[in-house]
Design a protein around this ligand. Structure first.
Ligand SMILES: [Fe+2]
Length: 401
């Protein structure tokens, strides 16, 4: 049962999660991850099979698919409506790679200048619908989030998304994040991607003393985007690394790391981070940066990043006062149709996204569900509910800019 309307969703720290019950046991048996999600930037510089290029035929297909849905709002566009005869195969390969491979892919070559923003939204959403189920990303319940510091910036609480400042390596909140570069800043900052399972291995092999803290995790702030009866922080700790049994006996390690969101929660009732936590975050960042891939991100490029095994970020860029020259990205957050094995789905998969107007599917949006609260258990943890796998039967757009 969810929280009663008469009972504010209060934080509880006593939830007996599998993580809390067995941190000591888990640390003792931890082994480095050996699957394909483990890589370094140097590895990906050599083997560039993560990079895909749109062909003329793909662009024709995208144009036809866009024409076929020109009469409907973005959220009425479902996978079955957006036919991509040959590009669909490429997108399946990308899906396999981000879900079960390196956790990262890049698709290049969309001629963004040929389209109005409204068309680009539909096209990008339709393409992403072949990879999973999109969810809302901000206080406007937008299905497409504009990453910019210009007039298209949505209501996003205390988040600094779109700021010219450096964006340290982190995860976003859904299973997967995709970014489409519409216009890059004039000084062309590099994008960063890093394998978080590679970071995990570094902790296992060289810094095991920090593993109990990482497995226990941290509360996440809700950055002033919580609903009226939701608390300002998660109220439960979300493990930075969590372990679940995978197929064939191999453990699946999942990472939930975003220094900003975790630090904000800690700083609600103190002036500075505890010394050990500050040092741990610094060490995590240092390791992640040492193994990252730096890549240019040009107009027409699309990144796809699995938030459980890969981190993303960006270098700082100079402020751009002119609205017409500002950096503009479109972003889609989507969940995979087949859930990755995780230790505690309510916390690991949904514990950082389901609050306020965030984390709703197009279908739920069209039912007006985002105007209410996410359902939670008595500890305040989001309930795990089955979702319709396809983005379909939607009747309104979530893009509110
Ligand atoms: Fe991000």
């Amino acid at each position: 049962m969810g929280a009663s309307p008469d009972q504010p969703d209060r934080p509880r720290s006593d939830r007996p999660t599998s993580e809390e019950q067995s941190v000591g046991e888990q640390v003792a048996r931890l082994r480095p991850v050996t699957d394909r999600s483990v890589w370094t930037g140097a590895d990906l510089e050599v083997d560039r099979s993560w990079e895909y290029l749109l062909t003329d035929q793909h662009l024709e297909e995208l144009g036809r698919a866009l024409m076929s849905v020109s009469d409907r709002p973005l959220s009425r566009i479902a996978r079955d409506d957006f036919h991509l005869p040959t590009l669909g195969g490429v997108i399946r390969s990308i899906g396999n790679e981000i879900r079960d491979g390196r956790g990262f892919s890049l698709l290049r070559g969309l001629p963004v200048d040929r389209y109005e923003y409204e068309e680009l939204e539909r096209l990008y959403w339709g393409l992403c619908s072949h990879l999973g189920t999109g969810v809302t990303q901000n206080s406007d319940a937008s299905l497409i989030h504009y990453v910019t510091d210009g007039r298209l910036r949505p209501n996003q609480g205390l988040r600094g998304v779109g700021s010219p400042k450096k964006s340290g390596l982190h995860v976003d909140l859904a299973d997967c994040v995709s970014l489409l570069c519409v216009r890059q800043a004039p000084d062309e900052p590099m994008s960063w991607v890093a394998s978080s399972t590679r970071v995990f291995n570094e902790f296992v092999e060289r810094h095991p003393e920090h593993l109990p803290a990482l497995l226990e995790g941290f509360e996440w702030d809700r950055l002033d985007e919580q609903g009226p009866r939701e608390t300002a922080t998660s109220g439960y700790k979300v493990p930075v690394f969590s372990i679940a049994p995978g197929e064939g006996g191999a453990d699946r390690v999942s990472c939930r790391y975003n220094r900003f969101w975790m630090a904000k929660a800690l700083l609600r009732d103190r002036d500075r981070l505890p010394e050990g936590t500050w040092a741990l975050f610094n060490l995590f960042d240092e390791i992640a940066e040492s193994v990252r891939l730096d890549l240019p991100f040009e107009p027409g490029d699309m990144q796809f990043v699995n938030n459980y095994v890969a981190l993303h970020g960006r270098d700082a860029h100079a402020e751009v006062p002119d609205e017409d020259r500002k950096r503009v990205l479109m972003r889609v957050w989507f969940d995979f149709d087949e859930a990755r094995p995780v230790a505690d789905e309510g916390i690991i998969r949904y514990g950082i996204i389901r609050h306020g107007a965030l984390g709703w599917t197009a279908e739920q949006l069209n039912e007006g569900r985002h105007l209410g609260a996410h359902e939670r258990d008595r500890h305040g943890v989001p309930l795990v509910q089955p979702r319709t796998p396809l983005m379909g039967d939607a009747t309104q757009t979530g893009a509110t800019h």
